[in-house]
Design a protein around this ligand. Structure first.
Ligand code: NAD
Length: 284
């Protein structure tokens, strides 16, 4: 495959830096999936914005690389790592406790995720359960444990951003668990917003395809299931219905989390940042 699915090196000039009184090292953001792709870019972008980031993932080595990347960019915030498996309830609770020990917990970016390509008839049930645990149950648990800490802040300001997808709005073949999770995340998000009293907000981020290992790894399986070439998977299946014929960079998505948790987005509550290159709302 050519370079159009390889992300550019993360550089500071691509990170959106916002002027927000809450973007200081006293305030803490949890970022899950922080060892790779969108989660890594988000952890680094939030640290560029001056926050203390509790960067968590099951992949310890990947987390260390994220710390190195933040140091390379000379971030004004901090990146602390918490190694945890999101399928383990105790480890999930420990992520929130570790984050709360770092300062005033205000923000969460639930980003970790996995993909599995298979038709429903042969979709392994244990894989379905695993994907729901990592991508829906864990965000619920993190939200549940984080809310009391965020509410301890004197102004009650905070936000929970959940990484959805255009596949949380529209369905394709061979991704039943992914669709179930992503549609469910919008429910979790709206339920959180409903209980947040307008100061503690929640939102989803829905993008089309982003240059990360999660996408690169699904190309061969999609090609095999559909009997087409890997090039056709990228050009037809992934970008065919979008008007913008280019995958997003992880930092483009990270910037949406920066915006979504900031005061500039104080009316974003329960809603979705749909950055899909025209995939959902246009057709030829
Ligand atoms: P990625 O594979 O680069 O990163 C996913 C991270 O999740 C990895 O670091 C992995 O170790 C972590 N993870 C997986 N299982 C875990 C577990 N049990 N416990 C803790 N961490 C675990 O993928 P990405 O593309 O950056 O995906 C991040 C999120 O973005 C996912 O929720 C995905 O659904 C969503 N998303 C991705 C795209 C895309 O095109 N890449 C588009 C829309 C939405």
């Amino acid at each position: 495959m050519s370079d159009d699915i390889t992300p550019a090196e993360l550089s500071r000039d691509r990170v959106m830096e916002l002027d927000d009184d809450h973007f200081t090292t006293e305030n803490v953001a949890i970022v899950t999936g922080a060892a790779s792709g969108i989660g890594r870019a988000t952890a680094v972008a939030l640290a560029c914005n001056g926050l203390t980031v509790a960067a968590t993932d099951v992949d310890e080595e990947g987390l260390e690389e994220t710390v190195d990347r933040a140091a390379d960019l000379d971030v004004s915030g901090e990146v602390e790592t918490v190694v945890a498996d999101l399928t383990n309830d105790d480890e999930v609770a420990a992520i929130v406790e570790a984050a709360a020990d770092l300062g005033q917990l205000r923000y969460v970016a639930n980003i970790a995720g996995v993909q599995h390509i298979s038709p429903i008839e042969s979709f392994p049930t244990e894989k379905f359960d695993f994907m729901l645990d990592v991508m829906l149950r864990a965000p619920f648990l993190i939200t549940k444990h984080a809310l009391p800490h965020i509410r301890e802040a004197s102004d009650g300001i905070g936000a929970i951003g959940n990484m959805c997808s255009l596949h949380g709005h529209i369905a394709t073949q061979d991704k039943v668990a992914y669709h179930t999770v992503k549609f469910g995340l919008r429910g979790l998000t709206q339920a959180t917003a409903a209980e947040g009293e307008g100061t503690l907000r929640a939102f989803t981020v829905s993008t089309g395809y982003v240059k990360t290992p999660l996408v690169t790894n699904q190309i061969p399986d999609t090609a095999a299931e559909r009997g087409i070439s890997e090039r056709e998977v990228v050009e037809d299946v992934m970008l065919g219905q979008a008007r913008v014929k280019e995958m997003m960079e992880p930092v483009d998505v990270a910037n949406l989390f920066v915006l979504g948790i900031s005061g500039y987005a104080r009316h974003l509550d329960g809603g979705d940042l749909t950055w899909d290159g025209g995939h959902l709302y246009t057709y030829e």
